[in-house]
Design a protein around this ligand. Sequence first.
Ligand SMILES: Cc1cc2nc3c(=O)[nH]c(=O)nc-3n(C[C@H](O)[C@H](O)[C@H](O)COP(=O)(O)OP(=O)(O)OC[C@H]3O[C@@H](n4cnc5c(N)ncnc54)[C@H](O)[C@@H]3O)c2cc1C
Length: 486
Amino acid sequence: MSCSPEYTDEGEGYITMTRKLPTTWDEKIDVVIVGSGFAGLAAAAEAAGAGAEVVILEKMRRYGGNSLIAGGGYCAWDSKLHLRQKLSLGEDSWERHKADTLKGGDYFNIPELVEVMVKGARDGLDLLIDNGAVFRETLPRPGGHSAHRSHQADVGAGRRLSEPLKTLAQSRGATIRLNTRVTWIWRKDADGPVMGVETAAGGKTTQIMVRRALVLASGGFARDVEMRMAFNPALGPEYNCTNHPGATGEMIRYAQSVGADALHLEFIQLFPCAEPEKGALDSFAVHPYSGPGFGIFYVNRHGKRFVNEMDRRDAVSNAQIASGEKPTYAILSRRIFDKLAVSAEEIEKGIARGRLIEADTIGGLAEKLGIPAGSLQESVHSHNSSIKERKDPDFGKPMTENMVPLEEGPFYAIAQWPAIHYCMGGLRIDAKARVIDIWGKPIPRLYAAGEVCGGVQGANRLGGNAIPECIVFGRIAGINAAGESE
Ligand SMILES: Cc1cc2nc3c(=O)[nH]c(=O)nc-3n(C[C@H](O)[C@H](O)[C@H](O)COP(=O)(O)OP(=O)(O)OC[C@H]3O[C@@H](n4cnc5c(N)ncnc54)[C@H](O)[C@@H]3O)c2cc1C
């Protein structure tokens, strides 16, 4: 069999660009899922729960993709923990979450998909909680959100949320095959159903037929420099990237080869608070992003603020890059760490690793950072006044009663710099998670969920909105895939 795409005229008179279908299948499986992150695991849990035989194919040697290393922020207007009400952090609703997501995405988002995500976010969160996910006793308000709604997984973050889902899926009978790369999608013809996939594992090629459906949950392509630059030439190899090495875009290409539509591939997000040298989004890089609602602010190497810290990720990243001087710093105090429910032990670890710089006074902090003490003191003074006056004349940040002025030490700084982080674009799906072809019709027996999809986040994703997208659409894809007739 030829390994490269070729034109055939097989299949009810249609000319399609495809490889010739295999003449025999090595295996037949009800529901095949590509990718073992949040979306794939959620799909597997639901499909297996509905009685389907489910196999997840994962090309890496460990499960979890970006989901395993995620910061663990999950935005939802409520959950069975009722943290917002418990911590007196104001009002929220799914309508408000939807409005923020659309605005944050510059209205490129498909409103119907956004509504599915925000409405389903609470149930998705409750599913995680019911299955053992542990959240901190805090509820940050990340940039672009108008309410406190980011539920933060406890230490271990992404793993804390992935493990319960994996256990749930496996307890219902789903299996995960690691080191198994999908190398093609088989579709009968331009109108026909998806029939299966080709895989490569241990030097062996296997043809797997799907009895019910195929679910693509293969994540984004932020590590795929060639594909990234094909759609956004400015994002070259000089950028750091927060993603796992397997975040490449071949599954999007295979899906396009069988007629799938894709959208928004040029919208690729930078995370503003990554570790400056290697670009990791470790647990210490989560605090600068989740903390501005509690009073964290950022300064450049001159000790000056340079942006509205509650602005969207693209605005904050662009302001840093425009400053031209790496790194910038998030400035906070022990009291703010308390608001973020960060323990003394975690702080000690951060100091030991050199990720947190600690000092008893602002002057002492400036000295350790090698920045002018006078201007850092002035920035702190001015930001404290802005909190008290509920007005930020310099950058127009919405100041609230939930922000803590930096009046008592110890004080801390965290170095940060933007790194490539998230792909807003991907395969076009509908509210049933069906993959839509270039003519606007669902491709029979093909579903997709998570970062491999486009259209939910628009031109820019708000922090904490990816995990709910994965869980909500992963569940929908799993239920509908299992519901296909054999
Ligand atoms: C460091 C980091 C922190 C983040 N923090 C947050 C956060 O706090 N809150 C939030 O909402 N979002 C966060 N995000 C974004 C969010 O975590 C991701 O969008 C989400 O995890 C994607 O899940 P997924 O299931 O779609 O894909 P992934 O979790 O990436 O899983 C896809 C899997 O598919 C596999 N795969 C790909 N191609 C193939 C193939 N050909 N054959 C077989 N397998 C294949 C990959 O190896 C991978 O394991 C973060 C992202 C990163 C990188």
